[in-house]
Design a protein around this ligand. Structure first.
Ligand SMILES: [Zn+2]
Length: 687
């Protein structure tokens, strides 16, 4: 998931949905994303949306006499629907349009549409109109919507004086600009390591070596892009290569982004102070489950305590592995984690991650993920081969329930020059009951199946597919609200990674895997003992990765927990890596913040992933562990967690499903138990 751009009304909606019109069926935009890029058509559509939003707001403000839900909330929500549509289409086109010129125009349009959102969040006339509504007789979802909207308005500063609001608008616009620069500096800074000969690539898979032949200068070039980087960090026997690559990777966008980050820290601190908060971390938590900065710090401490024992066992096993070739080794460097973990998985768990790839050809995995979600959520999916999308190979699918179309999604799953390089779900349209069906796009960079290549996926790739599909189901199934402003994943920003991380767990079900993981040559289902070894091996390293995620959460929090004047960005990463992880950071990690993209978007809220992982594991343990698809839990989960969208608070969603608040128990079990029963010969306390 990418970032929230500013503290406007959309906190979580921001990157979500988009399209015009009030038809009741799925809508697509052939004029905008047909084969030939049509920038004028795109800009015309976006302009029309922004104008329609403004008309609705003008109409709302002009009302004389008593205010009602019909004459005030309805036009307000129509403006939100149009603004979301505009913002989200621009986000999507910026990420995926094959034409560079189109993407540049989409970026400029996104700045405009976001600016319109900020202006609305600071509009006192609209705020006063909504605040004067009597919703005491309305349904609970409408009451909750109005209450939450008023909170967001106040957090934006709508009730401040003119000069303060003007300053807030300037700061937010500056922030939007700095965030874009921060991200662009990172994606523009691809670094390359040269190696002298193919022997330096020892240990890497054959297809990797074959695709990295020496260039005209006789040297082999390895870039810091993931498809180059991750296999090298995981499999290359050469410690020098791994170390050099790590240094290059963690140096991206430094020193350029130092000043950009400081600029964002200053803007955010000033915004927080103007609004009466002591820090950005405090302010940023105010409309989230976390509520305040002290709770973030407390959670980081709890997670540290929970991860520590299992992490100590893991690091001892990594060190023992390292000593097989380096008997004098006394510690494990952070850059060695991928490589040594792979060796431990082979030596201790008899599992080689290359062994499962033949069972994960892309097309079968896709069918498996869709079939699993269909069974789990009692839906079906139908491809619409004639519905156009923005690039060749992008698929359009409709979601069907009881013979009715209830939503639409697009699968844009493979790399393409200029495309967004990570994975995310970008909503295309908010679902509104009786008015507009939800739409969303999955934007991923997974291997592609061609006539010559089955598109074999890594274990982690399959997990990513399940994860993003979890977001997609949340958006679609949560997309039957009365209002756009509470549709889909429009809710507390620190809940949205729970449904996605929960669906990842379906990867561990032997039944689910047996249904689609068939060898691409023989068609044989993946052997049960290989699945068992894969599951055990995948449990190894969890505590270390939790510790790392916790260190990143601490970095994100520490950058924003005080005045920028008292904060040294160059000191924070090493301090937090040392405090929260047992692997030893390299000195060069000090500048890692320059390419930690989430410091722009999530800012102080990177803890979201781990907070939601705790919730996701608690949810997951409610399912029948012998058969995840069995019983009434799947439908209960759908009804109580996904379908409400943002119509109730996230805390209530959790309580409605669990019958209590979330606890750390299931998470702790996930982190340590399975792996703790297995290790042979590992002794803890080696360091
Ligand atoms: Zn996610």
């Amino acid at each position: 998931m990418p970032a929230f751009q500013c503290r406007a009304l959309f906190s979580a909606v921001f990157l979500l949905a988009a399209t015009a019109g009030s038809q009741s069926g799925p809508i697509n935009q052939p004029a905008v994303w047909a084969a030939k890029p049509d920038i004028p058509a795109f800009e015309k559509m976006e302009d029309a949306r922004l104008a329609a939003a403004q008309r609705s707001l003008d109409q709302l403000v002009a009302i004389q006499g008593p205010r009602t839900v019909e004459n005030t909330l309805a036009p307000y929500d129509e403006a939100i629907r149009q603004l979301n549509a505009a913002v989200n289409l621009s986000v999507l086109m910026q990420e995926v349009n094959p034409d560079k010129d189109f993407r540049d125009h989409a970026t400029a349009m996104n700045t405009r549409a976001s600016g319109a959102g900020t202006a609305l969040s600071l509009n006192p006339d609209v705020y006063k109109a909504l605040a004067s509504l009597d919703v005491s007789q309305s349904d609970p979802a409408t009451r909750y919507y109005v209450q939450r909207t008023l909170l967001e308005f106040r957090l934006a500063g709508v009730d401040k004086d003119d000069a303060t609001r003007k300053r807030l608008k300037e700061l937010n616009d500056k922030l939007t600009e700095d965030q874009a620069i921060f991200d662009r500096n990172i994606s523009d800074d691809v670094r390359t390591i040269d190696v002298a000969s193919a022997s330096d690539l020892d240990g890497l898979p054959r297809d990797y070596i074959d695709s990295h032949k020496p260039g005209a200068d006789g040297k082999i070039h390895i870039t810091t892009n993931y498809p180059d980087l991750l296999p090298a960090l995981t499999y290359a026997k050469s410690a020098g290569l791994r170390r050099n690559l790590w240094v290059a990777w963690t140096a991206r966008a430094y020193p350029k982004n130092r000043e950009v980050l400081l600029g964002m820290m200053r803007s955010r601190y000033e915004i927080a102070r103007l609004l009466g908060y002591s820090s950005w971390a405090d302010y940023n938590a105010a409309d989230k489950m976390m509520v305040n900065g002290a709770n973030v710090a407390r959670f980081i401490g709890q997670l540290d305590a929970a991860a520590r024992p299992a992490e100590q066992r893991e690091i001892a096993m990594l060190l023992a592995e390292k000593r097989k070739t380096d008997p004098k080794a006394t510690d494990v460097g952070d850059y060695e984690g991928f490589y040594l973990s792979e060796l431990v998985r082979r030596s201790q768990y008899d599992f080689d991650s290359q062994a499962v790839r033949p069972y994960f050809p892309y097309n079968q995995v896709k069918k498996g993920v869709l079939d699993t979600a269909a069974t789990l959520f009692h839906l079906s999916f139908r491809q619409e081969p004639d519905a156009p999308a923005w690039a060749p190979g992008v698929e359009t699918w409709d979601v069907i329930e009881d013979g009715q179309t209830v939503g639409r999604f697009y699968l844009d799953m493979h790399p393409r020059p200029g495309k967004y390089t990570h994975g995310n779900m970008v909503p295309v349209l908010d679902g509104i009951r009786g008015k507009q069906l939800p739409e969303a796009a999955l934007v991923c960079n997974l291997p592609e199946a061609t006539a010559a290549d089955p598109g074999l996926m890594e274990y982690g790739d399959v997990v990513t597919f399940f994860h993003e599909f979890g977001h997609l189901m949340h958006h679609i199934l949560g997309g039957r609200q009365q209002w756009a402003g509470i549709s889909g994943i429009t809710m507390e920003g620190d809940f949205v990674e729970a449904p996605s991380q929960m669906l990842e767990e379906w990867m561990h079900s032997p039944q689910v895997l047996a249904s689609f993981a068939h060898h691409y040559k023989t068609g044989q289902p993946v052997p049960a003992d290989l699945v068992a070894r894969m599951d055990r091996a995948s449990a190894f390293g969890r505590a270390g990765s939790v510790a790392l995620q916790n260190a990143l959460s601490a970095i994100s929090y520490d950058m924003y927990k005080a005045s920028p004047q008292d904060t040294d960005p160059d000191a924070i990463p090493i301090k937090d890596f040392r405090r929260y992880t047992l692997a030893v950071p390299l000195d060069s990690d000090a500048h890692f913040y320059a390419n930690f993209t989430h410091l722009a978007g999530y800012s102080s809220a990177y803890y979201t992933y781990m907070w939601d992982k705790v919730i996701a594991e608690d949810f997951f343990r409610q399912f029948n562990q012998e058969n995840l698809l069995a019983g009434d839990t799947p439908m209960r989960y759908r009804r109580q967690v996904l379908e409400p969208g943002g119509s109730v608070s996230a805390n209530d969603l959790v309580k409605n499903f669990l019958g209590r608040a979330q606890s750390m128990d299931a998470f702790q079990k996930w982190m340590g138990e399975e792996f703790a029963t297995v290790p042979r010969g590992a002794k803890s306390g080696d360091r």
